[in-house]
Design a protein around this ligand. Structure first.
Ligand SMILES: Cc1cc2nc3c(=O)[nH]c(=O)nc-3n(C[C@H](O)[C@H](O)[C@H](O)COP(=O)(O)OP(=O)(O)OC[C@H]3O[C@@H](n4cnc5c(N)ncnc54)[C@H](O)[C@@H]3O)c2cc1C
Length: 397
């Protein structure tokens, strides 16, 4: 069995309301976007443009971009807290979270010229980089089997293939794309021969790039993206050709920690709403919260959310200390995804029939929190990682 990653590592982890001023600033901003705003967007299947603009103008979405490139250069935990507080306020962090972290691949592996050009524009919101094209219809979780090809020809690449579930592609100027540059049959390891590209969505729409929305369970801007001999300049390549899979993996720990903390925020929203309802709602001459059948599941949700919160803090602390935190980031995401959905589901039961009324926002959060167990990575893939890399068990696929 591998040793725990943090033995002997000096890490610090704040307890309680860490970054209180930041939390307060996010809450204040969210007050301007009450739950009625989100319900209206759902009805019209619209994107929260004003909300994202407000987050951008306040500098929240550029939290992870270093100051030298126009961002605020905050630690990962601070960025996670921004997402947590957005969701705890009843808003929807997932509509903007990728603008925070997709740029990480560019920051770590892009050339200085690419960073100088793109990062300040991403920080200011002039360019939105919030579409991430990895998943494909036929390969799913088996990323290295993806079929989208990018073939070099002189000073450009030609891209052909299809992505699915690419969130926010219609609300993004740029897309980070993972495509195969060397056929699977010609590489030693299947993780080789994949490359990452930064694609200009806006200027290529209709010219080899087609985006179609997917009618889905939540308002998440889900799309299918089609590439038909799309010509992109060779400078669109990030880092070295063939090393793209590594580059994508490098960003995954941060993504898991951010999304896990975001899930904790959703769980807090649902639990707070359910507890308030349980204290008010009276049937059989007593408030329903007096009944242990209602009270204990709510108490259990609190316990689970506390554990998930601690795991997210621990993973973020290890990440900040610069030590390997793959297992912790995965565990954080897994426990947070389950705690958030359990809180939403328990809130459904607590509100009874009224949970079905959209005005209580619980049915919306119930649908939204279910996603965490599937995307950005499904629970089985996390368990497989832990089985193999933490417990040293045989690889199952
Ligand atoms: C709303 C939404 C937004 C998304 N946004 C994006 C995005 O922006 N960009 C992007 O690239 N992708 C995105 N995704 C895709 C998401 O990451 C995938 O759906 C997810 O990774 C699972 O892939 P899949 O759906 O193809 O499932 P599959 O790979 O087909 O798997 C189906 C089920 O089988 C399980 N399974 C498969 N193989 C094994 C195995 N060997 N052992 C045990 N269990 C196994 C999986 O865990 C899963 O539960 C999004 C998905 C949704 C629903």
């Amino acid at each position: 069995m591998n040793a725990s990653t943090d033995i002997g590592t000096q890490t610090t982890m704040a307890l309680g309301e860490d970054f209180p001023e930041l939390r307060e600033a996010v809450r204040r901003l969210c007050l301007g976007f009450p739950t009625t705003y989100w319900r209206t967007l759902e009805k019209t299947d619209s994107y929260p443009t004003e909300f994202i603009k407000a987050l951008t103008n306040a500098g929240f979405l550029s939290a992870l971009i270093p100051e030298q490139y126009g961002g605020s250069g905050l630690p990962l935990r601070a960025a996670a807290i921004i997402l947590e507080e957005i969701n705890a306020s009843g808003c929807v962090a997932s509509q903007g979270h990728a603008q925070m972290y997709i740029m990480g691949t560019l920051l770590r592996h892009g050339s200085e010229a690419q960073k100088q050009y793109y990062l300040p524009k991403i920080a200011s919101g002039e360019l939105r980089l919030q579409a991430f094209g990895v998943t494909e219809p036929t390969s799913g979780s088996d990323t290295t089997s993806l079929k989208t090809r990018a073939v070099r020809s002189g000073d450009h690449y030609e891209v052909s293939g299809q992505k699915v579930w690419t969130s926010r592609a219609l609300h993004s100027d740029l897309m980070l794309l993972l495509a195969r540059t060397t056929p699977l049959s010609e590489v030693k390891k299947k993780t080789d021969g994949l490359s990452v590209f930064l694609i200009d969505i806006k200027n290529n729409l209709g010219k080899g790039l087609d985006i179609r929305p997917i009618d889905a369970m939540i308002n998440h801007g889900a799309t299918e993206v089609f590439f038909d001999k799309l010509r992109i300049p060779a400078e669109s390549l990030i880092g070295q050709e063939g090393k793209g899979f590594r580059y994508i993996l490098d960003g995954m720990n941060a993504e898991r920690i951010l999304v896990g903390t975001e899930a904790v925020g959703d769980g807090r929203f649902c639990l707070e709403r359910a507890v308030a309802y349980a204290k008010e709602r009276s049937v059989f001459g007593r408030t329903i919260g007096k009944n242990q059948g209602i009270q204990f599941p709510l108490a259990r949700c609190h316990v689970d959310l506390q554990m998930a919160d601690m795991m997210c803090r621990r993973a973020a602390a290890l990440f900040e200390a610069g030590v390997e935190c793959g297992a912790d980031a995965n565990i954080a995401k897994l426990v947070a995804s389950e705690a958030a959905f359990k809180a939403a589901d328990t809130a459904m039961q607590t509100l009874g029939g009224f949970s079905y009324a959209t005005e209580y926002d619980i049915e919306r959060k119930w649908r939204e929190t279910r996603l965490y167990q599937i995307a950005p990575i499904s629970t089985n893939m996390i368990l497989s990682f832990i089985g193999q890399h933490v417990l040293g068990l045989e690889r199952s696929f």
